[in-house]
Design a protein around this ligand. Structure first.
Ligand code: HEM
Length: 354
């Protein structure tokens, strides 16, 4: 009961701030949120309580303004560029899938290791480092050498989703920053849009997640952008056939072909991952899959397997199922391979070891 009450209190303190409330903020910014009963839902989530030595109240005494500082930092970045929400969410995912959530993705190359920033799935693709660095600098001013970069990134990802109109979930804290990074591990462990569902699922399973988490967390593609090269083969030469992907809706196909002409020069052009509501964290990603308008091959592949297709259909019909399952899967994601206690360190700067 104790932990349940404390996580609700934690939530309450975060739901209102100097800007009024998240709802007021969203209304002012013209956004709507999923409407579902927040408090009972969070009480349900708190049953998952902290994993290992993580704790919802970890910084309550040592850095009481942490949630506000992170919230303000993400909000300021979001006000400047809405896409940053998607980028922060993906940064968190790419951190956690490579040797656990340890802030390794934030590390620059050093004499001892080649970092993850330049790994194939990350190079010229992952974004948001400067937002985390800015928030970290603020946090260091308020509470020096107290809060890990990985906890800041985990909180920032949650704030990003909530600001985009998605669900809220309690984040347990106390992760410590890792002492190394691995470009090789990033190349091997992060999923590629060109690999089959079984391989992607295997990469999730290797991290303690399951096929449901694949379907649920892929719903993150309801916000953000992809470069043309990540789906171009669907448009012109699908699996060496010399023809487009036959599962791709024909009107989307012609739009994409004109935005991504079959030339190398179009490779880095951007398209919204969710072709209907690109900035809104809603369930339209799943509606798109049902109508054959998913962007990535790996997204549309969720309709090619009876088990995953059934989940897609459910989320396309019931936005609340998606919102609540997404919150649960994000809590699982944020707890992968965390370092606690005396392991790792609290970095002073997120880009380098102390
Ligand atoms: C299931 C396997 C997944 C694959 C194959 C995949 C692949 C990709 C690719 C290729 C892009 C576009 C990158 C670019 O063009 O630069 C992308 C973007 C994105 N991914 Fe995924 N992804 C997967 C799962 C996830 C998960 C689990 C999350 C978060 C929980 C996520 C969040 C995002 C977001 C938010 C973006 C947009 C980022 C931005 O606009 O900056 N993805 N993903």
């Amino acid at each position: 009961m104790d932990c349940l009450e404390s996580s609700v209190r934690f939530d309450d303190s975060l739901m209102s701030n100097e800007f009024g409330s998240v709802d007021a903020l969203l209304t002012a910014m013209g956004h709507k949120r999923f409407s579902f009963p927040t408090i009972p839902f969070i009480m349900f989530l708190s049953a998952f309580h902290a994993y290992g030595q993580l704790d919802y109240n970890f910084y309550d005494r040592s850095c009481p303004h942490l949630p506000m500082i992170v919230r303000f930092g993400v909000w300021a970045a979001f006000r400047n560029e809405t896409r940053i929400a998607a980028s922060l969410l993906r940064l968190h995912f790419h951190d956690c899938f490579v040797n656990g959530c340890d802030g390794s993705i934030l590390l620059d190359d050093s004499l001892d290791f080649v970092g993850e920033k330049d790994a194939f799935p990350n190079r010229n693709s992952v974004r948001g480092f400067e937002v985390i660095d800015r928030i970290k600098a603020e946090v260091e001013r308020a509470c020096p050498l107290t809060v890990s970069c990985v906890d800041i990134l985990t909180l920032a990802a949650r704030e990003a989703v909530t600001l985009s109109g998605g669900p809220y979930w309690p984040v347990s804290l106390g992760r410590r920053d890792g002492l190394t990074a691995s470009q090789q591990a990033a190349n091997q462990r992060l999923p590629s849009p060109f690999e089959p569902l079984e391989n992607i699922t295997a990469k999730f399973t290797a991290n303690g997640l399951d096929q449901k988490d694949v379907v649920v967390l892929s719903g993150a593609h309801t916000i953000g952008y992809a470069q043309c090269f990540t789906f171009k083969r669907r448009l012109f030469n699908f699996k060496g056939s010399g023809k487009p992907d036959p599962t791709l809706d024909s009107s989307l196909l012609s739009n994409l072909q004109s935005n991504c002409p079959n030339l190398d020069s179009s490779n880095s052009k951007l398209n919204p991952l969710d072709v209907s509501t690109g900035y809104m964290f809603d369930n339209s990603y799943y509606k798109n899959l049902v109508s054959n308008t998913g962007l990535l091959e790996s997204d549309q592949a969720l309709m090619g397997n009876p088990g995953t297709a059934a989940m897609v259909n459910d989320y396309s019909t019931y936005p609340f199922h998606f919102a609540s399952d997404f919150a649960v899967s994000m809590m699982k994601l944020g707890n992968i391979g965390v370092l606690t206690g005396q392991a790792g360190q609290i970095r002073k700067r997120c880009g380098a070891l102390n």
